[in-house]
Design a protein around this ligand. Sequence first.
Ligand code: SF4
Ligand code: SF4
Length: 178
Amino acid sequence: MDKKTALSHYLECERMLNTFFEEVNYCLPNCISQEKGKMYHEHVGFVRGDVGCCTFNYHASTHSIIGCLDVLIEERGDSIPTNTEEEIEGVGQPCDYHTSDGCLLTEYKGPLCLGAICDEQKNYIKGWFGIKYNSDYVIEQLERILNGTTSSENIIEFKKEILKNIEVVKRVKEYSTK
Ligand code: SF4
Ligand code: SF4
């Protein structure tokens, strides 16, 4: 698969995952708006809420496929901002793109940014919506899409799974407000 096609599939998956997590609506009320968030660090406990889990430059990190971010970074076409955020004691500087208003990137985020969530949110998704969310699986699919090493059939299947999860969340929410 050529790079442009791979990137366009990736960006579509990004939008779909954004919709999924917007529907779940866990991070803002339970972490980002709280003094202490859900990200646990072994040396300092739960880190400050507004940072969420953006405690590291995950936009530039990969899970298993080295080099899969090249096309993303190239097409993103910006320069990495200078981080002026206050350091988290015992943890270090939050991600370069993190600000008090959230992430500066509205799209072209890395697979780890899009796919990784904390255990608390996984438990919530399982408990409320019956969905077993698997971060490793989602990140792997995103990396393989970016890298152009997955088949069109797999991409279609992956998108279907996200869409199905969005529908499940919407249905459960509708049902619980009746
Ligand atoms: S995934 Fe967890 S730690 Fe990260 S922002 Fe959401 S609630 Fe916070
Ligand atoms: S790029 Fe955005 S989502 Fe990713 S780690 Fe940085 S602040 Fe968080």
